[in-house]
Design a protein around this ligand. Structure first.
Ligand SMILES: Cc1cc2nc3c(=O)[nH]c(=O)nc-3n(C[C@H](O)[C@H](O)[C@H](O)COP(=O)(O)OP(=O)(O)OC[C@H]3O[C@@H](n4cnc5c(N)ncnc54)[C@H](O)[C@@H]3O)c2cc1C
Length: 358
């Protein structure tokens, strides 16, 4: 069987490894850009569900070595009150800890592993699914997937989510190692984590009705937006690098994931957010390869893949929508949250997230 994978990001590279390991298919990955860092997210965290997917692909240890473990997550109110401390990306009983690393490094490792597994990777050209002479086309072409509209001309369009993200790196600010910090700021959420090299990686998530002009998003603007929040402000002041702002996008549920030959995976099918996009993409890759290996015909395998994946992805999408709403509360809601969140984190959080990490 000949397989063409469109896109060499997390989903595309992981599916190439998975298909090579589970089947004897000839796999070619077509990726528009040579640079694995691409345009998305300077750093990301893989939760244990994504890490277990990498274990199934045989590259867990390598990815762990390229990043650092983060065991805990602390949530802070805008006024600096500790709202809760929870295990990050895992259940409390799980000895596997979430891993944070540069997104480009993850993609680089996955592409190298795909080549070792026997896949071919062709970079530098944007391909059209109609031109691909293959028995199976895996469309891992990201949130702006063109294949999505080829499969269904009425597929939903990507929309700006009313939020942009700015990442940065700071030096000289000491934070507890192995702990991720999430600040519910008055004018945006702020996430930060001490990296293995002693720097602090951070990301500001700023609500804005329109996508910003990158030139307007200066360190001065960030210092103004987070001027009343001690930790974010200290990190913005100590920044040695501030990346370009990245508008965040959302996509309504995609009704058609496949036809008889082509299937959408990763962000092309479901850009879930909530720090689960890459983990879900890895899960997709493993599940797809299992279906292709286990069902004799491609059309049947793709129908089975969709049947297996849809309920979990739908549940994750709902969880992510709740998560997004909690990042941008109004003043009154923020005060209510400050009172209720400590209780929620203590009594509800573990029960409401354990389905994801099992
Ligand atoms: C700011 C930010 C922070 C994030 N943090 C996290 C996090 O902490 N944890 C997490 O799990 N997820 C996180 N994510 C989400 C995660 O990055 C994505 O869900 C994941 O990278 C999706 O991978 P993908 O392979 O599906 O898509 P992409 O990474 O978008 O890859 C698609 C690839 O397809 C290529 N392509 C598209 N069309 C064609 C074509 N016609 N021909 C050839 N190539 C093509 C593109 O060049 C691209 O390389 C974050 C995202 C952002 C924006």
């Amino acid at each position: 069987m000949r397989v063409s994978v469109i896109g060499g990001g997390v989903a595309g590279a992981a599916s190439a490894i998975a298909l090579r390991r589970a089947t004897d298919a000839e796999v070619t990955v077509h990726e528009a850009y040579e640079d694995p860092a691409g345009q998305v997210g300077s750093f990301l965290s893989l939760a244990v569900n994504g890490l277990r997917g990498l274990d199934a692909l045989g590259c867990l240890a390598e990815v762990q070595a390229a990043g650092f473990p983060v065991a805990l997550q602390r949530m802070w109110s805008a006024s600096g009150k500790l709202l809760g401390e929870v295990p990050r990306g895992r259940r409390a009983s799980d000895s596997l800890h979430s891993t944070t690393l540069l997104r480009g490094r993850l993609v680089e490792l996955l592409r190298a592993e795909a080549v070792r597994a026997g896949a071919r990777i062709e970079t530098g050209r944007r391909v059209d699914p109609a031109d691909l002479d293959a028995d199976l086309v895996v469309a891992a072409d990201g949130i702006r997937s063109a294949t999505r509209t080829v499969l269904d001309p009425a597929a939903p369009q990507v929309r700006y989510a009313g939020l942009y993200s700015v990442s940065g790196v700071s030096e000289g600010v000491r934070l507890t190692p192995g702990t991720y910090h999430f600040v519910f700021g008055r004018r945006g959420a702020f996430l930060c984590v001490p990296a293995a090299d002693g720097t602090v990686w951070w990301s500001a998530q700023v609500p804005s009705p329109e996508p910003p002009d990158p030139a307007d998003v200066t360190r001065g603007l960030l210092a103004e937006l987070y001027g009343k929040e001690e930790l974010p402000l200290s990190l913005i002041r100590a920044a040695t690098r501030v990346d370009r702002p990245m508008p965040m996008h959302r996509l309504a549920d995609v009704p058609v994931w496949h036809d008889g030959r082509t299937v959408l995976i990763g962000d092309a099918a479901h850009p879930v957010g909530a720090g689960q996009g890459a983990s879900m993409a890895i899960e997709d890759a493993v599940a797809l390869a299992r279906c292709v290996a286990g069902v004799p015909d491609v059309a049947g395998a793709l129908a089975e893949y969709t049947r297996v994946r849809r309920p979990r992805v739908a549940r994750m999408t709902r969880a992510a929508a709740t998560n997004r709403a909690s990042k941008t509360p109004g003043t009154v809601q923020r005060r209510v949250n400050d009172l209720l969140m400590p209780l929620a984190f203590r009594h509800v959080y573990a029960r409401s997230t354990s389905w994801l990490y099992r």
